[in-house]
Design a protein around this ligand. Sequence first.
Ligand code: HSE
Length: 337
Amino acid sequence: MINKIALAGCGNVGTAFLELLHKKRALLDEKYGFKFEVTMVTDLMKGTVVDPNGIDLAAALDMLHKKNSFKGFPQFDGSFVETLEKSEATILAEVTPTDLKTGEPGLSHIKAALSRGINVTMTNKGPVAVAADELQKLAEECGAKLRYEGVVMSGTPLIDMLRHGMAGCAIQKIEGILNGTTNYILSQMTNGMTYAEALEKATELGYAEADPSGDVEGWDAAGKVAILAKIAFDKIIHVGDVKRTGITDVTPEKIKESLAAGYRVKLIAGLEVTPLGLYAYVQPKEIHISHPLASVEGATNAVTITTDNLGDVTLIGPGAGRTETAQALLTDVIAMA
Ligand code: HSE
């Protein structure tokens, strides 16, 4: 069977996904029996290309790399639903920018796909934070699969580990660094860069959200906390209910003072079972240099999960980045197929 992949959103992550698919076509077939064509790519800025028989991926990537646009291809000028139907897609990869308040436009794209029985993978955090339960139910009703490994810790397989690797464990606490941009900024500020320079570099490297205030004010990490609350504790926590402080008030002086006293300032996100219920937070904390989280630098994320049967398990790996996040889409499409 040929898997027909539709891609919604072709920024850093979408482009990297096309690159990975192109580079790994032979391996995907040989190792997993995964045969595919990309039949649709749509991006607000770059244009819309559809071909149910398969877009020429090499030519599309060449055009993206040289012109950052698909406008040289014949354009399809229909609504998202018309485009999706014309593409005959069996899988939608949804990587449009995150909106943690409404989940849109991704939420509508995903509903349109699931309701047509099309499997969905996404790295867009908004739809999961806003409507994980509703989407899961819709997927089940329509006989479609839904995966979103990349919404937390990019391609580092935290969600798969929580769902499958730790099946049967009771989780008591999750604590860690869940935002790559802020960890990168704090690391670079420790090395003498200014906040503004570090934020600019994080944006250039593809770590930051389209609107980076979501990162530095802690919204992105709060969205991830809300997602993990559902996966690890089966509890619905709204992003706005996560106790949240970002890094905008962390000064270079504060970082220097902490360093001199043997601490590193890190934006810590967590969930903890308390007698009053599940406590969810994001806040800058001073972490002693002897603690494993203190040495987690740059866009790397790390999370320690406290369980009954395994004690503490710490997972460290990329938390952001174009190829690192595209890897999550790849693992999802292989798993779904
Ligand atoms: N902006 C996010 C981060 C991207 O910096 O962690 C990955 O979710």
